[in-house]
Design a protein around this ligand. Structure first.
Ligand code: ATP
Ligand code: MG
Length: 452
């Protein structure tokens, strides 16, 4: 810029967050753990586009839901006038893809996905405009066994993540005709107490009265507690299904409470609905929500395909992991390469590649044209990187074809130094990092495949 005026800063969009490096390992830990848990139940990954036709969500989610009424990021494609929407949830896209690609042709499928979702909500703790979900859909399964299996899968994930204070709430919202009967009585009941309804409830009374049961308004709790319960309207099939889910959960010692007011915000659900809830996140306490959605495939013009699924809010779960004491990862690498002089830099490059071949994470100190800086300043960087070892190569090391290997961590071996022949450095470090039974947790998480 020619004048002294500074350019105005460009900021992120409200409610849309960056994932910063200091948190990245927690996200990786969550995603890797979730992925390996669901894979252990036979789930396979599916990725669908972030943008879909608006009609997909309007039809799937239901016109009178929060999402479609006011939360969707919809826009017109300026090239061709198409009505498009940033996906607010994952199920609609997955179901579209299953139908379009005939994925259930050979039988039922267990699928998982993860990725960003977009909803135009008021940003607050645990509620963002771009957020991330990890979800599963089991498509083509009729029985209560899969519902229970999905719930148990969540339980296993909480255990693997060390999350203790997440409880399960379960309900059945029956089939469409059962809900229709209940709806008549529910509306009559709510109308007879219309003076107690807040504005939102008034608005929903004739469009989506079931959602009123979900209200967080303290003044309406008694009203909704005494409202006709959908459970009392279930027919034989729905009841048998609900009992089937409970039987399997009980048999596997999965505690739950039945919450007769639990409904889902989306129209496509039937029978089993469940939520995993915690008290540790304030009002945004639901970390996972799911249920059965047998009618959805037909809504999309597909063959009748019973299905069940859930979605987890990754932001909320990562926050729980943080408060459960999951430590911040101070380690950028296992080995930090310090060098001085052009020859030494050349050797350091070669050695760094060999160490990486052995599965180690290596940061090579970067040099300006004028040089890499003093050993002292480089060692400071080595220390800050959290590396277990610094490998130091200077003029004399080049002359003797050795490297100076310095242990940076660990109680006994701290600051222990050794002169190691250049060709033996990899073996030396691998032995010392895995050898003496000490816990070297900085052999990084993603190196699961390398020799531990
Ligand atoms: P709520 O009643 O909190 O608005 P919802 O019924 O809209 O939830 P779902 O559509 O069932 O939520 O989404 C499943 C999960 O995704 C939620 O339980 C939550 O963990 C997460 N989630 C939903 N919306 C957001 C958001 N705006 N920001 C962060 N996480 C979200
Ligand atoms: Mg919502």
């Amino acid at each position: 810029m020619s004048d002294n005026k500074k350019a105005e800063k460009i900021t992120a969009i409200k409610g849309m967050n960056d994932l910063l490096p200091q948190d990245a390992h927690l996200w990786e830990l969550f995603e890797n753990t979730a992925q390996s848990v669901v894979q252990s139940y036979g789930f396979q990954q599916i990725r669908t586009p972030i943008v879909e036709n608006t009609s997909l969500f309007a039809r799937a989610i239901g016109a009178v839901t929060d999402i479609v009424e006011k939360e969707m990021y919809s826009f017109t494609d300026s090239m061709n006038g198409d009505a498009l929407t940033l996906r607010p949830e994952g199920t609609a896209g997955v179901v579209r893809s299953v139908i379009e690609n005939n994925l259930v042709y050979e039988g039922p499928k267990r699928l998982w996905y993860k990725g960003q979702m977009f909803r135009h909500e008021k940003p607050q703790r645990g509620r963002y405009r771009q957020f991330h979900q990890f979800g599963c859909e089991a498509v083509g399964f009729t029985g209560p066994d899969v519902d229970a299996e999905m719930i148990m899968m969540c339980r296993r994930l909480w255990d693997d993540l060390g999350l203790e204070n997440i409880r399960l709430e379960l309900n059945s919202i029956g089939d469409a005709d059962e809900r229709a009967k209940h709806r008549v009585d529910l509306i009559a009941y709510l109308e007879s107490h219309s003076e107690l309804l807040d504005a939102e409830a008034q608005r929903r009374l004739h469009t989506n009265p079931l959602r009123i049961l979900d209200t967080k308004n303290p003044a309406m709790q008694e009203l909704v507690n005494n409202a006709p319960k959908l459970l009392d309207y279930l027919g034989e099939g729905s009841l048998a299904h609900f009992n089937g889910v409970q039987k399997i959960l009980n048999h596997n010692n999965i505690p739950f409470t039945i919450n007769t007011r639990l409904v889902r915000g989306l129209d496509y659900y039937n029978r089993t609905v469940f939520e995993w809830v915690t008290d540790e996140l304030g009002t945004q306490g639901t970390v996972c929500a799911g249920g059965r959605y047998d009618p959805l495939f037909e809504t999309f013009g597909g063959k009748p395909t019973p299905a069940v699924g859930f979605a987890m809010g990754i932001e909320r779960l990562v926050e729980l992991m943080k408060s459960a004491g999951e430590p911040a990862d101070p380690n950028q690498c296992d080995v930090y390469m310090v060098h001085q002089g052009e020859e030494a830099q050349m050797q350091a490059f070669v050695l760094a590649e060999r160490l990486r071949d052995a599965g180690l994470d290596v940061v090579l100190h970067c040099a300006a044209l004028s040089g890499a800086g003093s050993f002292k300043s480089q060692m400071k960087k080595a220390d800050g990187s959290g590396a277990s070892f610094a490998v130091i190569i200077g003029e004399s090391e080049v002359a003797s074809a050795t490297a100076n290997v310095k242990a940076m961590r660990g109680e006994e071996g701290e600051h222990q130094q050794a002169t190691v022949a250049f060709d033996s450095v990899v073996d030396y470090i691998v032995d010392h990092i895995t050898g003496d039974g000490e816990e070297h947790h900085h052999f990084h998480v993603h190196d699961e495949n390398c020799k531990h």
